[in-house]
Design a protein around this ligand. Structure first.
Ligand code: GLN
Length: 507
């Protein structure tokens, strides 16, 4: 990973010295350069647009590149810098997942049912980034309504993993992750309901961070499962994630579930180190069938954290193995209710029908893809009279028990570590027809979602086939600072290649 300070050259895994172009392309470096007048926001945006023009045909990260709007935003950022404003994200171009409202753009959620939908203005997260001088380069591809783990459920296009274009970038925020991994942009936003920031980050060899539930406003994020959804950053380095998170977080009167807890100083925490920090390795992560490469990588990660001075031990969250089952009841139930509003009357294309009922039925039949329909059916069933208590009620009770497990675990340790993904990115098409196997790719990310915990994925090495692996670090609710401190200490220990992933042409 790019080191925070100084050197532009560092040894790669084979001991060869490679240049690190990412260094001058980081969120933090661009903001510093544009703020100091060394580069203009317009020039930075033009470079990003040129990289997208050269690379995105091979990757398919963007559903739409909004160049004129982005350049206008860059001119505004330059004018604000010239007027003496200090901006934390001056001229930083970002890829935004297509389920967030950005002024002047459509937001389709990767779905035909929202094709052409123009939101009324910025989501709060976007408004906060804009206030600090960020530039919105384009709408990033995603699984329809954020349901999926491979971005293959997008109604519009396939996104490819920059490390191996026959493989998935992960999902559902696969567009943002692939755009950052191929260095088209220094950062992006994703949303994470059960792993959709962390899992694609791990598949693409970048950093992905899901804040504590309630830290970042959901106003202007199209809802999937409201008790789980959180917006968060996808970046090349931990420091860049901390910068974006600092800007994104905080109480918002437009979202009553946002918390007023002090955000603290996530960037200051980066250099805190891990001396004496209790890092618990999740005992339940030792699941049957865990990819041996992932298991070996985890053992290395454990050694690396111990070398950095952490107090490393095992920790148990006994109900963690139940998380997938709980999640698919809770998330689908909430989705079935949230998606009821897409009826052909208020949003999206309308079927040409004479009766109101057939208008609903035909609009939804044509507008939603198969995975979304599956979740609506699953959720409606789980909430239906006669089954409510057996499914939804039971899942909610189990969710509470899982929460209590985590509380007990955090009496013993400061953070909990486990792999982010059970195996490296799989091949395009490999799991689309097997939803259950697809659901299992979130086995390690879903527990933190159900418990509302902050969790980050940091690149932890490469598989023998040169595919990225990731380690996940989960923290106590509202203790993002410790998560960032441990993530940064780990990042320092890992020799992850800094060069652009192979196979991506750069301008
Ligand atoms: N892959 C999980 C799902 O399909 C998580 C998605 C997400 O976090 N948005 O529900």
């Amino acid at each position: 990973m790019s080191s925070a300070a100084g050197s532009l050259e560092r040894p790669d895994r084979s001991g060869r010295i490679v240049s690190a172009p990412a260094e001058s392309q980081s969120v933090v470096a661009i903001a510093a350069d544009v703020s100091a007048g060394r580069r203009s926001a317009v020039a930075v945006a033009e470079e990003a647009l040129a990289r997208i023009a050269a690379s995105d045909a091979a990757i398919g990260a963007f559903l739409e590149v909004t160049a004129p709007l982005a350049l206008a935003e860059a001119r505004t950022a330059d004018a604000r810098v010239a007027a003496g404003e200090t901006l934390a994200l001056a001229g930083v171009p970002l890829a935004i997942k297509d389920n967030m409202w950005v002024e002047g753009r459509t937001a389709t959620c990767g779905s035909k049912i929202l094709q052409g939908y123009r939101p009324p203005g910025d989501a709060t997260a976007i408004a906060r980034l804009r206030r600090e001088g960020a530039i919105f380069i384009g709408r990033a591809n995603m699984d329809e309504f954020a349901m999926g783990s491979s971005t293959e459920n997008s109604a519009f296009q396939t996104t490819r993993n920059p490390w191996d274009r026959e493989r998935i970038p992960g999902g559902s925020s696969g567009g943002s992750a692939a755009a950052v991994a191929s260095r088209m942009v220094p950062g992006g936003l994703g949303s994470d309901t059960g792993g959709s920031i962390r899992q694609p980050a791990a598949c693409c060899g970048i950093v992905g961070f899901k804040p504590t539930y309630g830290r970042v406003s959901r106003y202007g994020l199209v809802a999937f499962a409201s008790s789980l959804d959180q917006i968060g950053p996808l970046t090349v380095s931990v420091a860049d994630a901390a910068r974006l998170y600092r800007v994104l977080s905080g109480r918002d009167p437009l979202d009553s579930t946002t918390a007023s807890e002090d955000v603290g100083d996530p960037e200051g925490a980066l250099e805190r180190g891990v001396a004496g920090t209790k890092v618990g390795f999740l005992a339940e992560a030792d699941v049957e069938g865990l990819d041996p490469e992932v298991a070996a990588n985890l053992a290395e990660a454990r050694r690396a954290l111990a070398d950095a001075g952490a107090d490393v031990r095992d920790v148990s969250v006994p109900r963690a193995p139940a998380a997938i089952a709980i999640y698919y009841v809770v998330a689908s139930a909430e989705a079935s209710s949230n998606l009821a509003r897409f009826d052909g009357v208020r949003y999206g294309p309308r079927a040409d029908e004479s009766s109101l009922l057939s208008l609903y039925v035909e609009s939804r039949t044509a507008g939603f893809g198969p995975e979304v329909k599956r979740r609506i059916l699953l959720g409606t069933f789980a909430l239906s009279a006669g089954y409510y208590d057996a499914y939804y009620g039971r899942a909610m009770r189990a969710r509470q028990l899982l929460l209590e497990d985590f509380e007990r675990a955090f009496e013993e340790v400061d953070v909990i570590a486990c792999p982010t993904i059970p195996s490296p990115a799989f091949r395009l098409g490999e799991k689309v027809d097997d939803p259950l196997t697809m659901y299992l790719s979130d086995i390690f990310t879903v527990p933190a979602s159900l418990a509302g915990l902050p969790a980050i994925s940091v690149p932890s090495g490469l598989s023998r086939g040169n595919l990225p692996l990731g380690i996940q670090i989960m923290g106590r609710r509202f203790d993002e600072e410790t998560v960032f401190a441990v993530a940064r200490a780990f990042e320092r220990q890992v020799d992850f290649p800094d060069e652009i992933p192979p196979g991506v042409k750069l301008s």
